[in-house]
Design a protein around this ligand. Structure first.
Ligand SMILES: Cc1ncc(COP(=O)(O)O)c(C=O)c1O
Length: 387
């Protein structure tokens, strides 16, 4: 991947003045995506269903976005669902899935999960009398598949988990979770917000039932995207206005008017990713960059979770011995490095297993970051550690 050519496509990266290591919170966006959004508002400001040209253009945007989403996820365009963001999609789809569940039914969530993938189930359980249980992590902060197996029984309706932790970057073996969930007739429900930004997605291989991600984590607009297994979507009764379209089936789960301009931006995002070699090129580049980061860390840096690039995306949670994370992040920001400090990273189950008091620093690399940026950051960390 030609990272200089990639960076030239971003107004925010062209001057090289500030280093963005904050992609897990929201990535930078190439100019062509913003241009596509503006073009849609200029040239296709209409609603679907009219006889005239601007309405046809909106229909074109919708159909194109569905095709692009399907290529990105490796599924049929019929089974793509767009929504405001992952959290809204998760709240809506979990309620739809559970319409015929019974009191006492069980939901498993994982300790690696972001609360956007936990709270929808907790709230649903509070309303409907379901039980929610954590699947634990091992001492090295991987998903504990044995614990999952122990907690599975015929009352379990869904196993919800992240595909990759937003806090420590650890990847979950979703295919294994699917197999285990399906062995008791439960659904495998995946929060892929962090995973989809770094790893080529293939929902067929993962064999999951629901898979939800957010385009703003992979250089797109603030828009959520989901896949649902076709037979499952066909079996659900949607919450929708009755005259609204139900064809293709994914449309049934997009109540109200969509953000057409953001869908145009989404298509431009997929075109951008494909033009730089697709997610296969991204994962190869980020693996090398991530390992370079790990190798460059100064002595006295604690990395929580995976210690190499095996089994992780390049999202790192670290602390410098004897340095307060909040203070370090403030100083790093003043020196031109955008990273965050936080206590729980919305990963409430994981937080109970993380050893630090207070906060930790999250450093999130993505394909537009460079070796030079990593080296500069490591030098700043070294200076902070030596203070
Ligand atoms: C793993 C994970 N899940 C869910 C979310 C929530 O996503 P959204 O902002 O699209 O609702 C985030 C946001 O950072 C995340 O990292």
């Amino acid at each position: 991947m030609d990272v200089d050519a990639v960076r030239a496509r971003y107004a925010s990266l062209r001057d090289g003045g500030f280093v963005y290591f904050d992609a897990p919170g929201g990535s930078q966006v190439p100019d062509e995506v913003g241009d596509a959004i503006a073009r849609a508002l200029r040239e296709a400001s209409a609603n679907i269903g009219a006889t005239y040209e601007s309405s046809h253009r909106v229909e074109g945007i919708l159909a194109q976005a569905r095709e692009d989403g399907a290529r990105f996820l490796n599924c049929s365009a019929d089974d793509v669902i767009f929504g405001q963001n992952m959290t809204v999609l998760d709240f809506a789809l979990s309620r739809t899935a559970a319409r015929d569940w019974k009191e006492g039914d069980k939901i498993l969530v994982s300790r690696l999960d972001h609360d956007g993938g936990v709270a929808p189930w907790v709230e649903l359980a509070a309303d409907r009398g379901f039980e929610v249980e954590w699947v634990d992590v091992t001492d090295d902060l991987r998903l504990d598949y044995d614990d999952l197996e122990r907690k599975l029984d015929e009352r379990v309706r869904v196993v919800a988990c992240v595909a990759s932790s937003n806090a420590i970057g650890t990847i979950v073996d979703v295919a294994r979770v699917s197999e285990l969930a399906h062995s008791v007739g439960a659904l495998c429900w995946v929060d892929a917000v962090q995973y989809a930004a770094h790893v080529p997605t293939d929902v067929q291989t993962l064999d999951c039932d629901v898979f939800i991600c957010s385009a703003y984590k992979f250089c797109g607009p603030h828009l959520g995207l989901a896949y649902g297994r076709h037979e499952l979507l066909e079996s659900w009764r949607p919450y929708k206005a009755r005259p609204a379209a139900s064809d293709p089936v994914g449309r049934s789960f997009e109540p109200g008017t969509a953000s057409y301009e953001l869908l145009a931006g989404f298509s431009a995002t997929i075109a951008y990713l494909e033009s730089i070699g697709g997610m296969e090129a991204v994962v190869a580049y980020e693996r090398t960059l991530g390992q370079h980061f790990l190798d460059a860390l100064p002595e006295g840096t604690a990395v929580y979770g995976e210690q190499t690039m095996d089994g992780r995306v390049p999202t790192f949670l670290i602390n410098l011995e004897g340095v307060d994370a909040v203070d370090a992040v403030r100083q790093l920001g003043e020196r031109g490095y955008g990273v965050w400090a936080h206590d729980n990273w919305y990963s409430l189950g994981l937080r109970e297993k993380l050893p630090y008091p207070g906060s930790a620093i999250r450093v999130g690399l993505i394909h537009y970051n460079t070796v030079e940026e990593v080296d500069g950051f490591a030098r700043e960390l070294g200076a902070l550690a030596g203070q």
